[in-house]
Each structure stands twice: as C-alpha cells, then as structure tokens.
Design a binder for this molecule. Structure first.
Ligand SMILES: [Zn+2]
Length: 503
C-alpha cells in the first residue's frame, strides 16, 4: 500500500467514526454539539493524515524565547509545503493583520493587490520560488480551512514593497484623486564591523527590526532552510514570506547579511523582479559580497530599497551596498564599521532616489540615530562583540535632546511614546511602531550557523495594547490585530538544532 493510500484510509476510518458520533448526537437532539464533535474529528483526521505526508519527514518546528523555529529541507515545492504546513497557524493569523494594513494605508482593495501579484510580480519570479510559493499555499490549505490562493500569498510576500513603493509611484503616474500620502518605511537600526573595530578582529553584525507593532509582533520566525540547491540559510522572518524581509541572515558559505531601508526613497520599475525574491535568492546563492550585489541588481525593481550591510566571514571583509533604483554605491573595507539607521549617504543616490530626504536635519529619527551610532561605535572601537552589540541595539539615548528617553530617535525605537511620530515615514504621533526584535552574530557564530535573537523590544520592555489604546483611541482600528508584545530573552539558535526534550 502506498503512503498516500494508507493516509486516505486512515482519514476515512476517522471520518466514519465522526459521522457516527454526529448521527448519535442528532438522534439525542443535540445537533450543535455533535456538529462540533464532527468538525473537531475531521480536523484531527486531516492533521493526522497530512502529518504522515512524506514531504514533511525532514521538517520540524519548535518554540523558544517567543520565537518559532522551523527547519525546512528539500526541493523548492517541498520547502514551500513544509513552510505552509508547519506555520499554518501563524500564516492564518498574520495574513489578516498584514492585508488590512495594506488596504488601510493605500485605500486600495485586496483585489488590487492580488492583481498586482498575478500580473506584475508572478511572471518575474524564478520558477524555483514560484514552486516554493505554491508549496506554501498547498501546505497552508492542507492544514487549515484557509481558502487563500497563491496570489494572496504572493501579495502578502510583497507587503514591504507594493504598498509603499509601487502604489505611490502608480498614484503619481495616474494622478490618482485623493491619493493617500505614502512614504517608504523606515525599518531598522543596524551595523556591521570588522578589523580593528571588533574585539577579535573578525566580523560582528547586528540589527533590530523597526516596523509597526501589528506586523512586528508576528515577525518571530527563525528559518533554518536546507535547500536542494544553493547554501544553507539561517535567518529570522515572517510567516508565509520566503525572504527574511527585515533582513537578518547568514549562509553556509560565510555571508552575513542585514540592512536598513532608505528613508523617503521614491521610484519603481514595473518590469523589475520583486525585491522579496531577489533578497531570498541573494542569501541562498551569494557566497561573497560581489555575488550578493550582482543578484540584487539583476532586475532591481526599486522595491524596499535598502542600504545592505554585508560581511564575508571567509575574508573578514564587510560592505555597505546602497541600492537605489537610478543609482547605487558599494563601499567595502577589511577594517571599519558601517552603521545603518535609514539614511542614504551617496550624493547621487540621495539626489536621484531620495530627493526629499534632509541629511542635515538632526532632529529626525534616521539622523539622530546616525549620530548615536557614530558616538557608540567610536566609544567602543576595538571592543565590539556580540554582547556589546546586544547592548547597543537596546540603547535609549536620544542624541537630539541629549538625554535618555526611549522614543522615535533612539536605536531601540519606541515611536508609541513620541508626540512627534516620524513624519518622514508617515508615522503619526504615538504611532504603535518601533523596534520589535533584535538579532546579532559574529564570524565564529556564522561559521557554525548560529545567531542570537530577542523577540520584542531589544531593551526588554513590553508593549501592552490595552493601556496604549485607552490613551490613543485613534489607533482603535488596529485593535483586532494588535497584540501585547512581551520581550523574551536573548536566545541562541543554530541551524540543524533539534528541539530540547520537553520543549
Ligand atoms: Zn527600548
């Protein structure tokens, strides 16, 4: 008997059992309760039938420190199926939160995003990643009653590029009446250091993810991906999305990758390839800084334009790759540090791709954090290690006011405390957003595929929904999706690790 036949028979046996219960319930006049029993039985049967699916054999997941670790292994369709199946609950939870945000900010309905996914993005996605995205959809639907199709999943994968890059470009082009004000997001504080800057002379890389808390609370997946082709990947990520997307990852050929976005970036190329695919592909196939830049430039669509901070642990070299659409610049060194907090610095990139950005306004979040990075990194030259990196990601010194105060200008961002918000990203006063988690690694950790991560504000403070919404009812529309974001502990994850007994 094949595995498939056995599965179906097992499924039918349980189903028939459930039907008897249901009939019994009907005759006793308790139809509702019996229907619930039947539904629960069917769900259990479905779970059991699919958990014996050979595609799931090599995959597993466990939770630790507020994170969900998933190990995915195999060809693209298999990796996708495992992703969709193991993270079905998280995807089903994240999809409404993400999609409602996309619709709310742009004034476009979900059908619009599906059409963009089908017409513009899908044809530009490599076959390998199309198969993975189809696999995610299949795995999700196998485990849940979700009716999402692959275009919903592709649209969700584009949540960092279509709403804030393509839509404003389109609104401008079509002269859309009453177009909402949309700006590229400002995501993250990060640095990469090497040589005389670090304690052991090797690379240290660190990043905290800034986003709205609604999405950020769900950005809690550690992906360990062992693909049939390309390098092994360990990265943080979002349920249902094939790239890390806040971008922190290492691969088995020694590449260490992170980024911060370019504030007030403008531009889009409808003929380009989606950023989420290029970013995933670059982490999977680039073994050095040059290859990384090459893959990101191939079909650059301008979406989610970033300053990429890269390290190659094989050589100790680091780089900053400022990737605009019309212009880009690559700096590299064997002895130095590159910080990032959402500012572009190449004059050509600034002029052509982010013309509204004011590099000299030191009161803005990106520039105030830039000043703080420079202070902190210079103060600690020669001492930088992962322990210090974690401390820096938690820093609450506001360089503009010259005092300790967790707000929108501190490396560990708390925009919800600020009456200023961040106008450059359309973060209104007290916007529920900021640093939602942090990660760090050094060359030694990268060598054995380890990283350390903390879920929630890197400083360890909690964000609590109830008191926040009581004070800021203007964000009540987020209530169904907004959750308490409680900080976990700094937790080490390693590629290939198995859940501890009792975990
Ligand atoms: Zn903080």
């Amino acid at each position: 008997m094949s595995d498939g036949t056995r599965r179906i028979i097992a499924f039918l046996v349980i189903l028939v059992g459930g039907a008897f219960l249901w009939l019994a319930g009907r005759s006793s006049g308790n139809a509702e309760a019996a229907k619930n029993v039947l539904e629960a039985t069917v769900a259990t049967a479905r779970e059991r039938a699919f958990s014996e699916d050979p595609r799931l054999k090599a995959a597993y997941s466990f939770e630790r420190g507020g994170w969900v670790y998933v190990h995915l292994e195999g060809d693209p369709a298999t990796i996708g199926f495992q992703h969709g199946f193991l993270l079905a609950k998280e995807i089903a939870d994240a999809f409404p939160a993400v999609s409602v945000g996309m619709v709310h900010s742009t004034g476009r309905d979900w059908a619009f995003f599906r059409e963009v996914a089908r017409e513009m993005l899908w044809p530009k996605i490599d076959a390998e990643y199309q198969q993975e995205l189809e696999g995610i959809t299949e795995g999700l639907n196998a485990r849940t009653n979700s009716e999402l199709d692959v275009y919903d999943i592709v649209a969700m994968n584009s949540f960092e590029e279509v709403p804030d890059y393509y839509v404003p470009w389109l609104d401008k082009r079509e002269k859309t009446a009453n177009a909402p004000k949309l700006n590229s997001p400002g995501n993250c504080s990060a640095f990469v250091a090497t040589g005389s800057w670090t304690k052991d002379g090797q690379i240290v890389i660190a990043h905290n993810n800034w986003t709205n808390y609604k999405n950020g609370e769900r950005w809690r997946i550690i992906f360990d991906i062992q693909p049939a082709h390309g390098y092994r990947i360990l990265m943080d990520g979002f349920p249902g999305v094939i790239a890390s997307d806040d971008d922190f990852g290492i691969n088995s050929d020694g590449l260490m990758v992170t980024e911060t976005t370019i504030t007030q970036f403008e531009g889009w190329d409808p003929n380009g390839k989606p950023e989420f695919m290029r970013a995933r592909k670059a982490l999977q196939y680039a073994g050095n800084i040059d290859d990384y830049a090459k893959i990101m430039l191939d079909g650059n669509n301008g979406g989610y334009a970033n300053d990429w901070l890269l390290g190659d642990r094989k050589t100790g070299e680091i780089a900053q790759f400022e990737l605009g659409l019309k212009a880009y610049k690559l700096w590299r060194t064997m002895d130095g540090v590159f910080p990032g907090s959402n500012w572009a610095r190449d004059p050509k990139v600034l002029k052509e791709d982010a013309p509204e950005f004011q590099p000299n306004n030191m009161e803005t979040s990106p520039n105030a954090r830039r000043v703080r990075w420079e202070e902190l990194l210079n103060e600690n030259k020669g001492k930088i290690d992962v322990a210090l990196a974690k401390k820096m990601l938690s820093d609450h010194f506001d360089s503009s006011q010259k005092k300790e105060e967790a707000n929108e200008r501190t490396l560990c961002g708390h925009v919800d405390t600020s009456s200023r918000g961040v106008p450059q990203w359309n973060y209104t006063p007290y916007y529920p957003g900021g640093a939602v988690q942090g990660k760090a690694a050094d060359s030694n950790m990268a060598k054995d595929m380890r990283l350390v991560a903390r879920m929630g504000h890197p400083c360890g403070q909690d964000f609590l929904v109830k008191p926040f919404l009581a004070e800021h009812p203007e964000y009540a529309w987020q209530e169904p999706y907004l959750r308490d974001m409680k900080a976990g502990d700094w937790t080490i994850f390693r590629a290939g690790e198995k859940p501890a007994i009792g975990n």
